[in-house]
Design a binder for this molecule. Structure first.
Ligand code: NAP
Length: 484
C-alpha cells in the first residue's frame, strides 16, 4: 500500500522556545521528516525564537545536534539535513521584552501562511500573543499554536482564552493535544463513521463498558515540583483522556469539519455526570526497583497529589445511559501502554455449554506502542473434540497492514503542524471544549480536597492500588491487563 503525501503550501513557522525540550525532541525532528517525505516544501522557513544568545549558525548547529540525538541515525539523510538546516534561522527575543520583534517582523513573508508555535511556559502565552500584534508581526490570517497545559482550572483557562481572544480570532488559535494527532485516534473516527459494521452496535444496548488506560513506567523525577502541583487528573485526564472519551462517545457529526466534530465532542463533555467519591481511586507509587517513591521524587513527605487515578463515570444521554466508562492513568506502572477497549455485551443466550461472561467481543484500540486495532471474536477451537470456543484477534496493526510504509506514519506532532499550515482545526481543541473539560474536572478535584483524601500507596511495576481493581470487581468486571 502506498501512502499518498500531499504537499502543503510554503509557510513561515516561528517556534517560540525553539531551543527547548519539546522543540528539540518533537517539533524539529517532525518537521525534518515532513521535508524528507516531500510534504514540506523547500520554500518553507523555520525561525527559532528564544532568549539565548547566538545567531543563525549557532541555532542551526543546535538543531543538527537535536536531530542526531533524537532521531535514529538511519533516518537522517545528509543531503536532506543540509537542506533542512538551510531553511532555519534564529531571532533572539525575550517574550516579555520589546527587543527582537522588529527583526522577526522583517523575516515574515506576507504571501505565505504564517504560523507561530508557542512552545514555551504557559505564563508566556499572553505576552507573546500581545507582542505579536503590538509589533505588527502577526496579521489576521496568522495562526498560533498553543501547547498544554491550557490553564490549571476553569478560571485560569477562561482567563487564558480571554487574553488570547484580545489578539486572535478563535479560527486562528490551535490548542494542541498531541493525542488527537495519533494515527489510531483518527482511525477510530474512520472505523466508527466509515463502516456500517460498528455504528449500529455503538451504544448501551450492545456495549457493556469501555476502558481507557494510559499507563507509564516512568516516575516524575526531574519534573517533580511541577507535577506535584498538577497531578494525574489535571495532567492526563482533563485533556488527553477526556478527548479520547469524546471521540468514542460522540454522535456522528454531519460532516468531517472542525466545528461539526468539535460541537459533538463538546456535547459529550457537557453530558458527563459528576463523579461520586466511591468511583474514584487515587494513588502514589512507593519506593521500588524503578527509583524513589513519589513522595521522595517530589521532595514532600506530606504531598497528597496523585500519581495514579482510576475512575468510573457515565455519560448521561440516550446513547450511553447505564454504560460505565472506566478511566485509569498512572506513573511507574507495569508497562507503557495506551489503550481504549470497547467491551461488548455477551450474546443474549448461549447455545453452547459455556458459562456467561467467558466470551465477549472486545475492540481494542492501541495508541502506543504499536498503534493499531484488534477485534476479539469467538470461534470454534479447531480440531476434533466437540464445540469448544476460543477468542482470537482479528488484528489490524498498522505495521503489518501498511508494510514498509508503516515507518513513515507521521508522528502526532508533525501531522498536527501540517494541519495548522493547511488551516484545519478539526484535531485541535476549541476554547469552549477546554473550558467545559475544566468545568467537569474542577468539582471532582474540589471534592477530594474537601474530604482531605489521601492517595493510597501502590507498588512500582504494578497495575496501581488494589482499590482500583475493586472499582471494576464490584461491578462484576475486570480491568484489561496492562501490557506493552
Ligand atoms: P523547556 O525545555 O523549558 O523550554 C522552554 C523554551 O522557552 C526554551 O527554548 C527557552 O529558551 C524559552 N524561553 C523561556 N523563557 C523565555 C522568554 N522569556 N522569552 C522567550 N523564550 C523563552 O520547555 P519544554 O519542555 O520545551 O516545554 C515547552 C512547552 O510545551 C510548555 O508549555 C510545556 O508544558 C509544553 N509541553 C512540553 C512537552 C515536552 O515533552 N517537553 C510535552 C507537552 C507539552 P531560553 O531560555 O533561551 O529563552
Amino acid at each position: 500500500m502506498v501512502a499518498r503525501i500531499i504537499p502543503v503550501d510554503p509557510f513561515d513557522l516561528v517556534i517560540f522556545g525553539g531551543t527547548g525540550d519539546l522543540a528539540r525532541r518533537k517539533i524539529l525532528p517532525g518537521l525534518y521528516r515532513r521535508l524528507a517525505d516531500g510534504q514540506m516544501p523547500p520554500e518553507a522557513r523555520l525561525i527559532g525564537a528564544a532568549r539565548s544568545g547566538g545567531g543563525d549558525s549557532e541555532f542551526r548547529e543546535s538543531v543538527r545536534k537535536a536531530l542526531e540525538e533524537f532521531m535514529p541515525a538511519d533516518a537522517l539523510d545528509q543531503k536532506v539535513l543540509e537542506q533542512f538546516l538551510e531553511m532555519i534561522s534564529y531571532v533572539q527575543i525575550d517574550a516579555k521584552g520589546d527587543k527582537g520583534w522588529a527583526k522577526l517582523r522583517s523575516k515574515m513573508r506576507e504571501d505565505v501562511v504564517n504560523v507561530f508555535y508557542f512552545s514555551v511556559a504557559p505564563s508566556l502565552f499572553e505576552p507573546i500573543a500581545e507582542r505579536l500584534k503590538q509589533h505588527g508581526v502577526a496579521d489576521d490570517e496568522a495562526r498560533i499554536v498553543v501547547e498544554k497545559p491550557f490553564g490549571q482550572d476553569l478560571e485560569t483557562a477562561r482567563a487564558l482564552n480571554a487574553s488570547l481572544a484580545l489578539h486572535f480570532d478563535e479560527t486562528q488559535i490551535y490548542r494542541i493535544d498531541h493525542y488527537l494527532g495519533k494515527e489510531t485516534v483518527q482511525n477510530l473516527m474512520a472505523v466508527r463513521f466509515g463502516n456500517m459494521l460498528f455504528e449500529p452496535l455503538w451504544n448501551s444496548q450492545y456495549i457493556d463498558h469501555i476502558q481507557i488506560t494510559v499507563a507509564e513506567t516512568v516516575g516524575v523525577s526531574g519534573r517533580g515540583e511541577y507535577y506535584d502541583r498538577i497531578g494525574a487528573m489535571r495532567d492526563m485526564v482533563q485533556n488527553h483522556i477526556l478527548q479520547l472519551l469524546c471521540l468514542i462517545a460522540m454522535e456522528p457529526p454531519s460532516r468531517y469539519s472542525p466545528d461539526a466534530v468539535r460541537d459533538e465532542k463538546l456535547k459529550v463533555i457537557r453530558a458527563l455526570d459528576p463523579v461520586e467519591p466511591d468511583d474514584i481511586v487515587r494513588g502514589q507509587y512507593g519506593e521500588g526497583p524503578g527509583g524513589p517513591s513519589y513522595l521522595d521524587d517530589v521532595g514532600d513527605p506530606r504531598s497528597r497529589t496523585e500519581s495514579f487515578i482510576a475512575m468510573r463515570l457515565e455519560v448521561s444521554n440516550w446513547r450511553w445511559a447505564g454504560t460505565p466508562f472506566y478511566l485509569r492513568t498512572g506513573k511507574r506502572l507495569k508497562a507503557r501502554t495506551s489503550e481504549i477497549a470497547i467491551v461488548f455485551k455477551d450474546a443474549p443466550h448461549s447455545i453452547f455449554d459455556v458459562p456467561r461472561g467467558r466470551h465477549s467481543n472486545v475492540l481494542s484500540i492501541r495508541l502506543q506502542p504499536n498503534e493499531g486495532m484488534q477485534l476479539g471474536v469467538t470461534i470454534k477451537e479447531p480440531g476434533p473434540g466437540g464445540m469448544r470456543l476460543i477468542d482470537v484477534p482479528l488484528d489490524m496493526s498498522f505495521a503489518e497492514a501498511l508494510g514498509e510504509r508503516a515507518s513513515e506514519i507521521p508522528d502526532a506532532y508533525e501531522r498536527l503542524i501540517m494541519d495548522v499550515v493547511r488551516g484545519n482545526q478539526t484535531l485541535f481543541m476549541r476554547g469552549d471544549e477546554v473550558e467545559a473539560a475544566w468545568a467537569w474536572t474542577d468539582p471532582v478535584i474540589a471534592g477530594w480536597e474537601a474530604r482531605g483524601h489521601i492517595p493510597s500507596p501502590y507498588d512500582q511495576g504494578s497495575s496501581g492500588p488494589d482499590d482500583a481493581l475493586m472499582l471494576l470487581h464490584r461491578d462484576g468486571r475486570r480491568w484489561r491487563e496492562i501490557r506493552s
